[in-house]
Design a protein around this ligand. Structure first.
Ligand SMILES: *Cc1c(COP(=O)(O)O)cnc(C)c1O
Length: 363
């Protein structure tokens, strides 16, 4: 069961032995026991997302997180009569723009630099002048840099103007406390292999029931039709429309049990925050500065600037891999950075060991 290295990446991430062990059995998709497990997962996700559980539902969707984002965009927004306001400050926000373009959905962009969170004044200006906007979407933790966007303020502002709200909380759900009802989020998207600490293979949506109910027949895709997937899961009590990733679902169920055992999202968010704080402080002492200002920084993943002109990512990466750690290349467009994730089955002692390994490197 020994892993060759610890993943300090934003997913897939290091999982526990017990989560991986849950995949050692084969499960029938039609069997009652399996479908009950699916239903339990769906209920638990809503419980994690809000105290106002009766107003919300959840849907699981095959594929990586991007498939689920695309299924929401394509199943919730009409091509002929809707317009999507996209707040972006990184690669994942830009991916949503790309998706909307491919789907033929009208868009307006509210862009800030990769260092700046969503600008609420600018967003309000757009909402005031463009009355055709029907939906607003924002990425919570923009994994490109690790910056946190003010989703609650964005969604509340969107609601003042009567818009539907969508949040890509892929890399934050389960790792940062939030309540979809309090934050006025209609559709929240995340996936199995991020802060819930499962393995990759499906995504999920927490949706306000009365909004999802209005989405019949909107999707131009069969397999990514969120409404249809939801209807089937509801009517057939946990049945997926097409082959479900049974092993991954079983591992995810185990991951949810372990989230509760850890003390829920609050305890997990504290562990991540402690990891991240240990990391930035230790890195600072070693001469590395983080790219995002501390007040906007998430506990999920941190971008570090190259310490000098001689620094090269590849040999640094290889050195750390030999020491038992895998980190991530940078994704910021204009400056040279690399990223270190602090989520997954990772604790402060792991970060301290990482810092020791970095110290050995001549840079
Ligand atoms: C991981 C992630 C996604 C989905 O990426 P996949 O590679 O498709 O799993 C989307 N948005 C954000 C913010 C992410 O971190």
């Amino acid at each position: 069961m020994n892993n060759p290295y610890l993943l300090l990446t934003p997913g897939p991430l290091s999982t526990t032995d017990t989560v991986r062990l849950a995949m050692q059995k084969d499960w029938c998709t039609w069997d009652q026991e399996y479908m009950q497990l699916v239903q339990k997962i769906r209920r638990t996700l809503v419980d994690i997302a809000t105290h106002q559980r009766h107003e919300y539902t959840s849907v699981l969707m095959q594929g990586s997180g991007t498939f689920t984002v695309e299924s929401v965009i394509g199943s919730v927004i009409r091509r002929d009569s809707s317009k999507l306001l996209i707040a972006t400050n990184g690669a994942y926000g830009d991916r949503i723009i790309q998706m909307a373009n491919i789907l033929g959905i009208q868009t307006v962009i509210c862009r800030t630099s990769e260092k700046e969170p969503t600008n609420l004044h600018e967003m309000e200006g757009i909402l005031q002048t463009d009355r055709d906007i029907t939906h607003v979407i924002v990425v919570h933790c923009e994994t490109t840099t690790g910056i946190l966007n003010p989703v609650e303020a964005v969604c509340k502002l969107a609601k003042v103007y009567g818009k539907k709200t969508i949040v890509d909380a892929m890399s934050s759900f389960g790792g940062i406390e939030m309540d979809v009802h309090e934050s006025q989020i209609d559709f929240l998207i995340s996936s199995a292999n991020k802060c819930i600490q499962g393995v990759p293979g499906f995504g999920f949506v927490i949706a306000k029931k009365e909004e999802l109910e209005k989405c019949e027949g909107i999707s131009h895709s069969l397999s990514l039709d969120l409404y249809d997937q939801w209807k089937t899961m509801e009517e057939l009590s946990g049945k997926w429309r097409f082959t479900s990733p049974t092993h991954i679902v079983r591992a995810f169920h185990q991951a949810l049990i372990e989230l509760e055992q850890e003390g829920g999202v609050r305890a997990r968010s504290e562990r991540y925050a402690e990891n991240q704080q240990t990391l930035v402080e230790g890195m600072y002492d070693l001469g590395f500065e983080s790219y995002v200002e501390r007040k906007n920084q998430s506990p999920i993943i941190t971008s570090f600037l190259f310490p000098n002109d001689r620094f090269k990512f590849e040999p640094f990466y290889q050195h750390l891999k030999q020491e038992g750690f895998v980190i991530y290349p940078g994704k910021v467009s204009k400056v040279s950075t690399f990223r270190i994730g602090t989520i997954g089955d990772v604790c402060m002692q792991d970060i301290e060991r990482l810092l020791q390994a970095i110290k050995k490197w001549e840079y």
